[in-house]
Design a protein around this ligand. Structure first.
Ligand code: CU
Length: 153
C-alpha cells in the first residue's frame, strides 16, 4: 500500500511540474513553456521554443544555448523573402528588453538543434543550457512535443 501511495505522489508532482511549465531561476528572468519539436525517424534537426520574460530594469541577452542531444545548437530567426522561408543564425544573441518578453515560436525565433544524435520522442524532457549575458548559464528542461499540424521551423 505504501508503495502505491508513493507512486501516486510522484505522478502528482510530475504532472504539476508539467502543467506549470514556468520557472523563475533568479527573480529577474522567467522561462515559460519550453518545448522542443519531436522528430520522426531520420530527421536530424529540431527546434526549441519558449517565452522569456525579463522583469529586470536592465536589458538581458540570450547569447547561446548548449545541449548534448545534438552536434550543434544555434539561435535562429526566420525570414520570408519572395515567398521562400529562410532561417538565419543570429550573431550576438537575442535581446530581451527591460520589463518585456520575447517569444520564440514556430515561424519566428527558435533554438536550432543541428545533427541530432537520436530522434526526440513526444513526452520526454531534455535538458538544455541557456547562456544569458547577465544571468549566466541556466539549465532548462524542454518538453518534447509532437505538433504535427505546424512543421514550420
Ligand atoms: Cu533554424
Amino acid at each position: 500500500m505504501f508503495r502505491i501511495l508513493l507512486f501516486w505522489a510522484i505522478l502528482t508532482i510530475t504532472s504539476n511540474a508539467e502543467s506549470t511549465a514556468s520557472f523563475t531561476p533568479n527573480g529577474r528572468l522567467t522561462i515559460e513553456k519550453p518545448w522542443l519539436r519531436a522528430t520522426p525517424k531520420g530527421v536530424v534537426v529540431s527546434a526549441g521554443y519558449m517565452k522569456i520574460i525579463n522583469s529586470d530594469e536592465s536589458e538581458e541577452r540570450l547569447i547561446s544555448a548548449e545541449s548534448d542531444i545534438s552536434n550543434r545548437v544555434e539561435i535562429h530567426s526566420v525570414n520570408i523573402k519572395n515567398g521562400i522561408v529562410m532561417m538565419r543564425r543570429i550573431e550576438g544573441g537575442l535581446v530581451i528588453k527591460p520589463n518585456s518578453e520575447l517569444i520564440l515560436k514556430p515561424g519566428s525565433f527558435h533554438i536550432m538543434f543541428l545533427g541530432l544524435k537520436r530522434p526526440l520522442n513526444h513526452g520526454e524532457h531534455l535538458s538544455v543550457n541557456l547562456n544569458f549575458q547577465n544571468s549566466g548559464q541556466i539549465k532548462v528542461l524542454f518538453k518534447v512535443d509532437n505538433q504535427k499540424n505546424n512543421f514550420a521551423l
